[in-house]
Design a protein around this ligand. Structure first.
Ligand code: FES
Length: 109
């Protein structure tokens, strides 16, 4: 949102119907982003790569309410804040804003 000098771009991720509740996907780009849809149907986005080791959370993870579980070593993160909730992850995931407009989902990165 603020960050460095106006470099934020809106990146199309998917249509609302393409991502079911409780699912995630990876939005490709210079920096891959994990997009999640929680049980309430809300969208959140974080960096795609687990901060513990190199693992794509968008491609393969378990979403439990607003927590994403990395299946490699079971670290958990809050998808709303990026906060690392348990060992072995100690570094938060970067988070990104999500916009939904006309049935399309965008991430701001
Ligand atoms: S790579 Fe995600 S917990 Fe280890």
């Amino acid at each position: 949102m603020d960050g460095s000098a106006g470099t934020t771009k809106r990146r199309f991720a998917c249509t609302v119907d393409e991502l079911d509740k409780g699912e995630s996907m990876t939005v490709p780009g210079d920096v891959p982003i994990a997009l999640y849809r929680n049980d309430e149907g809300e969208f959140y986005a974080t960096a795609d790569t687990c901060t513990h080791e190199d693992w794509s959370l968008g491609e393969d993870s378990d979403l439990e309410s607003n927590e994403v579980v990395c299946p490699l070593h079971m670290a958990r993160f809050d998808i709303r804040s990026g906060e690392a909730l348990c060992f072995p992850a100690t570094v938060a995931l970067k988070t990104y804003e999500v916009e939904v407009e006309d049935g399309k989902v965008y991430v701001l990165a």
